[in-house]
Design a protein around this ligand. Structure first.
Ligand code: FE2
Length: 596
C-alpha cells in the first residue's frame, strides 16, 4: 500500500509511505527553487513517484493536510494580507495610500511575486487532483489534527501509552491551537481555540520589525538574548494585552476582554487589534521588542504545557505546529520538572502536515494487526548525486571532479585545516534544518570561522548563531541534556541546550554568543551513520566531538537539491571545497583566480 500525503498551504510538500514507513518526502521549494513555495506540490509528487519508480496509479490513498480547497499560489498572496492590514493603519494615520512596508516588499519581492503560478489563478485543490486522476482516492484531515498526528504517530508510534499532544500556529482550518490526548492509536481533542494566539502575535511583530512573517520569526528569537531583561519585561507587559487564557479552561487561549470579538479571520475587529498592536510597540527598541515577545512566548508556552499536565496527569508531552519551531521555548518545556518525556516533530511548520495526513491515512486504512508507523530518518528526499553526470557535462570547464577512496577522511582532514566544506551527499533532509546531508561544515572551536562562513556564502544577520552537530555518545561532555530528552536524544535540532561553561571553548562558534545556548543536532549513529563517522573521525583528531553545521544554501534561497545546484552555489561563493557523494569537487585554476 502506497499512501501519498500532501500539504498545499505555505511551504507545500509531499510524502509517500509504503505500508508503515515513509519512503520519500520533499518540499516543493527544493524543486521550484522559491523559498517556502506554497500551493499544490506537483513537482514534489512527481519527484517522489520518479524516485520510487512508481506511477500515480500505484498510490492507494491521497491524504491531504487541511480541509480548505483554496490553494495559495505565491508567497506574495500570504504577505499581501499583512501589507493590506498595515497599509490601512498607515493610511488612516498619515493619509498614505500605500504602506511603507508594501513599498519595500514590492521592490524586494517583485521577482518572487511574479513567480507565482499566474496561469493557475482560478484553480482549486479539486482541479489539481482531477488532473492527476486521483480525485476518488482522497481523504482530508483537519489542520491541527495533522500537526498532532505527525508528532503522535511519528514520534510515539501511536501505541497504548498516553501522550499529551500540543499544536499551535498562526492558524489553520480556522483554529490557532489545539490539545489532544494520544492513546491506543487514537487522538482525542480536549481543547482548541480560534483566538489570536502567541504564534499570531509572533508573526505580526515579525512583520512590524521589517521581517517576513511565517518565515523570519527565528531571527527575532535569535536577537532576543541581546536585549536587557528589565526593558524586555516592559515590552512583554505591553504585549500581554493581546493574549489571554480562558479563566475556566487554561488549555484554551482567548482574546483579552478588549478584543473578545477577534477571531482568526479578516474583519473590523481584527483590524482594531492590529492598529492597537502597532501603536503600542511603535517606540520600543527593536531588540527590546524581540526580547519582550520571546519572553511572552516562553511564559505562555510553559503555562500552557503545565496546565495540560495538571489537568490530565499525563507527563509525556509532544509538540507540533509552527509555534514550536521556537527552540528556546522548547528548551524551557524540556526543563520543566513535571515533564517526564518531551519531543517535537522535526520542522513542525505546515510542511510536515503532509506527514500528519499520511500517518492519519495509514491509521485509517491499515488492516487489523498491521505494524505501527515507523519513523526515524528525516533524510527522505532525492540523492545528492542523482544528477552528477549532468553536472560533469555542464561544469566541465569550471570545476574538477575527483573521486575519493576515503571521502570522509578527506572531509575531516580539510576541517582540521580550517577549511569550509560543503557537503551534498545522500538523501536530502526534509524541513528547515540541514542535518548533515546538505550542510556546510566547519571546525567549531574558532569564533573567526563565523565571519569566514558569512563572507564566503551565508551573509547571515550578524546576530544569528550557528549550530553544532554533536556525537550522541559524547553530547553530555558539551551540553546539559535534561532528563525529558534523554530517551529521544533530540536528533532533529528542535531544542536548544545550555553549553557546559568550561567546555564551551571547544565549540564556541556553534553556540549563541549571548546566552551560550546551542541548538544542537545530536547525531545518532543509527540515524546518521555517515555524518556520525565524519564527526567521530574529527573527534579522534581534535578531541572535539562536534562540527559546526549550517544549511547549504545561498542566503534567502532554499537548500541545494542535487549536484548541479550544489556546484552553482559553490561557484557563487568562496567555499573551500564541495563534496558530493564520494566526489571531491574543486574549482579549476582559472575559476580560483577569478575568486581571489
Ligand atoms: Fe499549521
Amino acid at each position: 500500500m502506497y499512501i501519498l500525503g500532501i500539504n498545499t498551504g505555505l511551504n507545500s510538500s509531499a510524502v509517500i509511505m509504503k505500508d508503515n514507513k515513509v519512503v520519500f518526502g520533499i518540499q516543493e521549494e527544493r524543486l521550484s527553487r522559491i523559498k517556502n513555495q506554497p500551493g499544490f506540490p506537483g513537482l514534489a509528487i512527481k519527484a517522489g513517484l520518479e524516485t520510487l519508480g512508481i506511477g500515480i496509479g500505484d498510490i492507494s490513498h491521497v491524504c491531504i493536510g487541511g480541509k480548505s480547497s483554496k490553494v495559495a499560489l505565491s508567497r506574495q498572496d500570504d504577505l499581501g494580507k499583512f501589507h493590506q492590514r498595515y497599509g490601512e493603519v498607515k493610511g488612516k494615520w498619515f493619509g498614505e495610500t500605500e504602506s511603507v512596508f508594501a513599498k519595500f516588499a514590492k521592490k524586494g519581492f517583485r521577482k518572487l511575486a511574479s513567480m507565482g503560478k499566474e496561469n493557475d489563478r482560478e484553480k482549486f485543490l479539486e482541479d489539481y487532483l482531477d488532473e492527476l486522476g486521483i480525485t476518488g482516492k482522497t481523504q482530508r484531515y483537519d489542520h491541527h489534527i495533522c500537526h498532532a498526528a505527525s508528532a503522535y504517530y511519528g514520534l510515539a508510534g501511536g501505541g497504548k501509552e498516553k501522550y499529551l499532544v500540543f499544536s499551535m500556529d498562526g492558524g489553520g482550518d480556522a483554529s490557532t491551537s489545539a490539545v489532544f490526548i494520544g492513546h491506543d492509536g487514537k487522538l482525542d481533542q480536549i481543547a482548541s481555540s480560534d483566538a489570536f494566539s502567541p504564534a499570531c502575535l509572533y508573526a505580526h511583530i515579525t512583520y512590524i520589525l521589517g521581517f517576513l512573517p511565517h518565515e523570519h520569526e527565528y531571527k527575532l528569537m535569535g536577537l532576543a538574548p541581546y536585549a536587557q531583561p528589565k526593558y524586555a519585561e516592559v515590552a512583554r507587559d505591553i504585549l500581554y494585552q493581546f493574549i489571554g487564557f480562558d479563566p475556566d479552561n487554561p488549555l484554551v487561549f482567548t482574546n483579552t476582554p478588549e478584543y473578545s470579538d477577534v477571531r482568526n479571520s479578516r474583519g473590523a475587529a481584527k483590524q482594531r487589534l492590529v492598529e492597537d498592536l502597532f501603536k503600542s510597540v511603535l517606540n520600543l527598541r527593536f531588540d527590546t521588542l524581540a526580547a519582550g515577545l520571546q519572553m511572552l512566548a516562553e511564559e505562555v508556552a510553559v503555562q500552557w504545557i503545565k496546565a495540560g499536565i495538571e489537568k490530565t496527569g499525563i507527563r509525556k508531552v509532544l509538540l507540533s505546529g509552527g509555534f514550536f519551531m521556537n527552540v528556546k521555548a522548547n528548551k524551557l518545556i524540556s526543563e520543566l520538572p513535571g515533564v517526564e518525556f518531551v519531543n517535537c516533530f522535526p520542522s513542525c511548520g505546515d510542511e510536515t502536515n503532509a506527514f500528519g495526513a499520511a500517518f492519519l491515512g495509514y491509521q485509517q486504512f491499515k488492516g487489523d494487526g498491521s505494524p505501527a508507523v515507523e519513523f526515524k530518518d528525516f533524510c527522505l528526499g532525492v540523492d545528492g548525486a542523482y544528477d552528477i553526470e549532468q553536472a560533469k557535462g555542464k561544469y566541465t570547464d569550471k570545476v574538477v571532479f575527483r573521486r575519493s577512496p576515503n571521502v570522509n577522511d578527506e572531509i575531516v582532514e580539510m576541517l582540521v585545516e580550517r577549511k569550509i566544506v560543503a557537503r551534498c551527499s545522500g538523501k536530502m533532509e526534509f524541513g528547515a534544518r540541514a542535518l548533515g546531508n546538505r550542510s556546510i561544515l566547519a571546525s567549531p572551536d574558532d569564533i573567526r570561522i563565523i565571519n569566514k562562513i558569512n563572507a564566503a556564502i551565508k551573509k547571515r544577520d550578524f546576530w544569528m548563531p550557528f549550530a553544532p552537530a554533536i556525537l550522541r555518545e559524547k553530547a553530555e561532555t558539551l551540553i546539559n541534556i535534561p532528563k525529558s530528552l534523554k530517551a529521544s536524544g533530540s536528533p532533529y535540532m528542535m531544542f536548544t541546550f545550555q553549553a557546559i561553561p568550561e567546555k564551551s571553548d571547544k565549540f564556541l562558534a556553534g553556540i549563541h554568543q549571548s546566552d551560550k545556548t546551542a541548538r544542537a543536532q545530536i547525531v545518532d549513529k543509527d540515524i546518521y551513520p555517515d555524518f556520525h563517522d565524519i564527526i567521530a573521525k574529527f573527534d579522534k583528531m581534535t578531541g572535539i566531538p562536534s562540527v559546526l553545521n549550517t544549511s547549504f544554501n545561498l542566503h534567502g534561497y532554499p537548500i541545494v537539491l542535487g549536484t548541479c545546484d550544489a556546484v552553482d552555489v559553490f561557484l557563487n561563493s568562496e567555499l573551500d571545497v564541495l563534496v558530493v557523494g564520494d566526489y571531491v569537487i574543486t574549482r579549476t585554476p582559472a575559476n580560483n583566480a577569478n575568486l581571489s
